[in-house]
Design a protein. Sequence first.
Length: 68
Amino acid sequence: MSTPSLDEALAQAADENGLDPAYRDIVRPLLREPYAWPRCCGGGCEPCAEQLIRVAKRTLELLGRPVP
């Protein structure tokens, strides 16, 4: 099986984690800086930082890159 492109991996990860497609671009910076991720503030944000991190981690997994 071949490794998906970044766009394909991000789309799959977003779908798996229920992230609205409009927010996918917010995840891209997290993929470049996997150790500078935001934290959930508990304020009920949409999308929550935790959801963005789940999508970023899954995207990295799909790309075969190390996951922090």
